[in-house]
Design a binder for this molecule. Structure first.
Ligand SMILES: [Zn+2]
Length: 86
């Protein structure tokens, strides 16, 4: 059995490779995971400050910036990990 990654074919298909090291997954899946994690944190922060949010975190759609009451929220679209706007 070939140990190389079935997506990129360049590295061994280990758990570490699939979770964070595959150049093919970096183009789409890792960015998606990053956005979902950031949206969850933004949702939690909004809830903590009493800002109205949807019931479920995965329904939350952060705006780039938003002044609410005494709190200014900022949702970052720059990823330090990928160097891409996301
Ligand atoms: Zn790969």
């Amino acid at each position: 059995m070939d140990p190389k990654c079935r997506l990129c074919g360049r590295f061994d298909e280990t758990i570490d490779h699939l979770v964070s090291g595959c150049p093919e997954l970096a183009k789409t899946e890792y960015i998606h995971y990053h956005k979902m994690a950031a949206a969850h944190m933004h949702w939690k922060i909004c809830k903590e400050f009493g800002i109205e949010v949807k019931e479920q975190w995965y329904e939350h759609e952060p705006k780039a910036t938003g002044p609410f009451h005494q709190v200014e929220t900022l949702f970052a679209f720059q990823s330090p990990w990928f160097g891409l706007g996301c």
